[in-house]
Write a protein of this length. Structure first.
Ligand SMILES: [Ca+2]
Ligand SMILES: [Ca+2]
Ligand SMILES: [Ca+2]
Ligand SMILES: [Ca+2]
Length: 495
């Protein structure tokens, strides 16, 4: 794709605006600070097609992968460019970093079957941390993935764990001596059957200070209400839910569950879900985002987001029943993000969006490629997000008929020392374009290029300040289906 350079035609500009146009033109043509990333490649003994996370405070990445038969987990020391594989007992399914009493530095922990496990780096052995029956009573032998089941809920410096089972969420609060106090918060999974095999949908526990006392509570969304389990002053959890009706018209759970064969028409169907509970405008009060999925028919959908800014009403968190703001998007979204991209303290909104009409699918299959638009909306001082995106980038998604894979090329935002993000986008297999931060439009229309070998299938990228210098860096995992000498590796790009 050609660089998005602006051209100016003087004939079309009224004379009074000429000087301004020339000045603006001069500003746009001023070269932006080019972002030069320093690339290092680390070879792995397996595909990096699972999850990547960093052990906080250490120059260590944990990288998982799998093929049609096996799964692997590697510990990568990126200061010394060395890797070692971690043997996986049959019980473990998900991993996380954690701070544990009596152990210095971030530790690798895993959840699965009926326990939490701790990997001891010195002896290379797993030990059972505590028993914790879960909604994963058997293991998927071809997957080892990251899952957010660890958080310091009471801010005592030790990691606590959230382990779901089918009828409750077990909250395991880690004590100073390394033991756990467990609180069982009732919440049922949704189960659906097609024939005899069950599918379970677990309710997402949302960590929010709902009671406005500075302590993190656990909140679930059930139908058009919230089930709130408050954390008390001593770090214990109330195990009976306070049910808070929302009055936002959220679709009842049983109707929101979409299953072919229900005999429902998709024409004109609207499904309204709780998308997010988080503080969007930086006033320390949790806000609520609703996603509305509107079907024109089974193939064509439109998404919009409604924002209800939370208010502190005499010590009670309340959401207005009429949305304060709305974000209208085009196409179907699959990975919406809220992040402050320009360091003004207000979270901005961005998402990849795809058009999946039937004609688009046919042409995608015929040509082996489809396009996805990245849409960026900036939050304005009044909490609105504008009527259209302030920045838009189109990327081509390759479709491999051989492997059945969709290849989404590298796209990432990396923050610099000033907290402002630069947008990175793959132009082709070995050219990365960067779009520098600029005021109201978030990213410059102009870009600079750098030659770096890039994965075709860029999912599970890790953005992290790997060398703790205040600037975010990027980890690119490569799986088994990349170009010949680029399979099974990581590329680290330091800013
Ligand atoms: Ca804790
Ligand atoms: Ca707020
Ligand atoms: Ca912002
Ligand atoms: Ca850095």
């Amino acid at each position: 794709m050609a660089p998005a350079l602006r051209s100016f035609s003087l004939d079309n500009i009224p004379s009074g605006k000429l000087l301004l146009a020339l000045l603006t033109g001069a500003l746009l043509l001023t070269p932006v600070q080019a972002l030069q990333l320093k690339a290092t490649t680390i070879e792995l003994a397996h595909p990096a097609n699972g999850s990547v996370l960093r052990l906080p405070g250490q120059a260590v990445l944990l990288v998982s992968g799998h093929n049609h038969e096996f799964r692997w987990l590697s510990r990568v020391d990126y200061a010394n460019n060395s890797t070692e594989q971690i043997a996986l007992p049959v019980q473990v399914q998900f991993f996380q970093p954690a701070t544990l009493a009596g152990h210095s530095g971030s530790q690798l922990v895993a959840m699965g079957q009926d326990a939490l496990w701790h990997y001891q780096t010195d002896t290379k052995k797993w030990r059972q941390l505590t028993s914790a029956p879960s909604a994963y009573p058997v293991t998927d032998a071809k997957r080892m993935l990251e899952l957010e089941f660890a958080a310091d809920l009471d801010q005592n410096g030790l990691t606590d764990f959230l382990v779901p089972d089918f009828r409750a969420l077990q909250v395991l609060m880690q004590q100073k001596d390394g033991t756990f106090r467990t609180y069982s918060l009732p919440i049922a999974a949704q189960m659906q059957i097609f024939q005899k095999d069950p599918d379970f949908l677990l309710k997402t526990p949302r960590q929010v200070d709902f009671t406005l006392d500075g302590r993190t509570d656990i909140v679930f969304n059930v139908d058009d209400s919230l089930w709130v389990y408050p954390q008390q002053a001593d770090g214990s959890f109330v195990t009976t839910a306070t049910v808070v009706p929302l009055g936002l018209g959220l679709t009842p759970d049983v109707q929101a569950q979409q299953r072919g064969g229900d005999g429902r028409s998709y024409e004109g169907l609207t499904i309204t879900r709780l998308e997010r509970l988080l503080d969007l405008n930086g006033d320390k009060v949790t806000d609520l985002v609703v996603q509305q999925q509107h079907y024109v028919d089974v193939m064509e959908q439109k998404y919009s987001y409604r924002i209800h800014y939370g208010r502190n009403d005499n010590g009670k968190l309340v959401f207005p029943t009429t949305a304060d703001q709305q974000i209208n998007t085009t196409g179907v979204q699959f990975d919406v993000q809220f992040a402050d991209l320009d360091a003004d303290g207000r979270l901005d909104f961005y998402t990849p969006a795809a058009d999946i009409g039937i004609s688009k699918i046919v042409s995608a299959l015929l040509t082996g490629s489809a396009s996805v638009d990245w849409l960026f909306y900036k939050q304005q001082p009044d909490g609105s997000f504008g009527t259209k995106p302030v920045h838009r980038q189109e990327v081509d998604v390759g479709i491999s008929l051989g492997s059945g894979q969709f290849n989404l090329p590298v796209t990432a935002v990396l923050k610099g020392l000033d907290g402002k993000a630069t947008l990175l986008k793959a132009e082709d297999d070995d050219t990365l374009r960067s779009y520098a931060p600029v005021g109201a439009k978030l990213f410059s229309d102009k870009s600079t290029r750098q030659n770096i070998k890039l994965p075709k299938r860029a999912i599970n990228l890790l953005v992290n300040d790997l060398n703790d210098d205040g600037k975010e860096d990027l980890v690119l995992p490569f799986g088994a289906q990349e170009a010949k000498d680029q399979t099974n590796q990581l590329t680290i790009l330091l800013q």
